[in-house]
Design a protein around this ligand. Structure first.
Ligand SMILES: CC(C)(COP(=O)(O)OP(=O)(O)OC[C@H]1O[C@@H](n2cnc3c(N)ncnc32)[C@H](O)[C@@H]1OP(=O)(O)O)[C@@H](O)C(=O)NCCC(=O)NCCS
Length: 140
């Protein structure tokens, strides 16, 4: 099930974050957004195995973070979280979802393409060691 993130989820989230990213978000950043409607976790058998962070900027829903515990990947959880996001953006009147992904991370770009995103542009030097690819999914 997908539900709003709670303070007690932070340690599980940080574990997944550290397993997933070379430069993980610090825990205080996750703590600071607890309670925001766009910060949700995917829970199975009382265990957090994924999460997503989305915020609305003007008429865009910006996908700021998504990760699934490695041993639960490729069984549809990431796509379920993207579907949740799409609905979240739709309800709040967004016309599209938008995100940045490392140019070198072509496998994750494929994941987004399978979920309805297309490449909109590139931001050179966005990351300290890589360019960013901007991807968009039209909602309406
Ligand atoms: C990206 C991520 C959230 C995807 O989650 P997931 O639960 O594995 O995704 P799904 O199982 O819903 O995958 C949906 C489709 O994308 C494909 N896919 C998922 N990850 C993929 C990858 N790394 N490379 C290629 N294809 C991938 C799946 O095979 C599946 O295709 P299918 O429908 O044809 O079988 C997960 O791999 C992850 O946590 N990665 C580390 C964090 C990260 O990179 N986040 C994004 C930062 S921009």
């Amino acid at each position: 099930m997908i539900r709003k993130a709670r303070k007690t989820d932070i340690s599980a989230i940080m574990e997944i974050e550290e397993l997933s990213f070379r430069v993980p978000w610090p825990d205080y950043l996750f703590r600071s957004i607890i309670g925001s409607p766009g910060f949700v976790v995917y829970e199975k058998d009382n265990t957090v195995i994924g999460y997503i962070v989305i915020d609305i900027i003007k008429n865009y829903a910006h996908l700021a973070n998504i990760a699934v515990r490695p041993e639960y990947r490729k069984i549809g959880i990431g796509s379920t979280l993207i579907d949740w996001c799409t609905e979240f953006g739709e309800k709040r009147g967004a016309s599209a979802l938008i995100l940045e992904v490392r140019e070198k991370n072509t496998s994750t770009q494929r994941f987004y393409q399978k979920n309805g995103f297309y490449i909109k542009g590139i931001v050179p030097g966005y990351y300290i060691d890589d360019n960013a690819i901007i991807m968009v999914k039209k909602i309406r």
